[in-house]
Design a protein around this ligand. Sequence first.
Ligand code: SAM
Ligand code: SF4
Ligand code: FES
Length: 346
Amino acid sequence: MNQFKIKSLVNRAYQEGELNKDEITALLKADIKELDYLLQKADQKREEICAEEVHLRAIIEFSSYCKQNCHYCGLRKDNQQLERYQLEKGEIIKTAQMASELGYQTVVLQSGEDEYPAAEIAEIIKEIKKTTGMAITLSLGEKDFAFYKLWREAGADRYLLKHEVADRVLYEKYHPGMSFANRIESLKYLKTIGYQIGSGVIIDLPGQTPEILAEDLLLSQDLELDMIGSGPFIPHQQTPLKDSQRGTVEMTLKFTALSRLLLPLAHIPATTALGTIDAEGRQKALRAGANVVMPNVTDSRYREKYQIYPEKICVNEEAGDCRQCIGGIIASLGRQVSQNKGHSLR
Ligand code: SAM
Ligand code: SF4
Ligand code: FES
């Protein structure tokens, strides 16, 4: 595509927040070397909407048990080489309180699709709210709708459930026994009961085309996401996709930049997966539209056992180390850590 065409598409995305599927696809297909203007306008839009503030979300990976078998993920049920763990209620609450003391304003409770008792999760939410006042995001996979409601009533603010890939056939191929329709219904239901919803994709899953990624962006607009994330696919040896090619930094950055232009009010994370395949990955995303980072606060004894993909960064660090590291990264970009909870901008 020539520069004239790129500029005219990017300008329209910047001004109107809309492009059609063919136009988005064309930008996703263009070489990143031709797309400086896209990244620059996404950064400009980020600055207009979020100023220089970066929101931090502290992740607690509290259980690695999972009943699902997603083809890409190291936590899948059939990976019998993984030693599983589950944190007790008191440990989760203490970790959240420590995160609050480190200055975090949001905690993300994440796990595989574990059978952790729903009532206990509700108690954890209430206790974290009561003792820290932090915003609480849940990232527990697909659950009974009654549980979503119970946790919302207990005080959870946000739910993070990536739709992963906006193509029903590919989705159901990589998620045996799961349905794309239920995924989308879950997201819609979560929104109706008052959660701020986050979703997003894995970039460069085998078989995923730029056309499908364009659908991902259009679907994300339809769902009116409060948060949209994209992390590159990283093959894990104990999964069916072990011999597939890993995702690229380039496609992740193009998707991040288009996310900012097409969903200007969304919170957009610079993902850990991107930081894993490129030491400067998170910095690059923060300069291409992202305004959120999600540092790990899980006790270092467990980090290695939450092996979604290999060589995940921060496995040997403690929560305080990551907080300092991220603070340094943000300052080096001339940005500041936000002092508020970073609720939805919608
Ligand atoms: N079980 C919950 C779920 O699936 O929503 C939350 C935990 S799951 C490990 C969080 C995210 O990890 C998924 O949404 C998926 O996009 C990402 N993930 C899993 N395996 C990955 C891989 N090999 N490469 C990149 N991202 C991966
Ligand atoms: Fe389980 Fe989530 Fe991994 Fe799928 S992506 S196997 S649901 S932890
Ligand atoms: Fe964990 Fe940099 S964020 S060491």
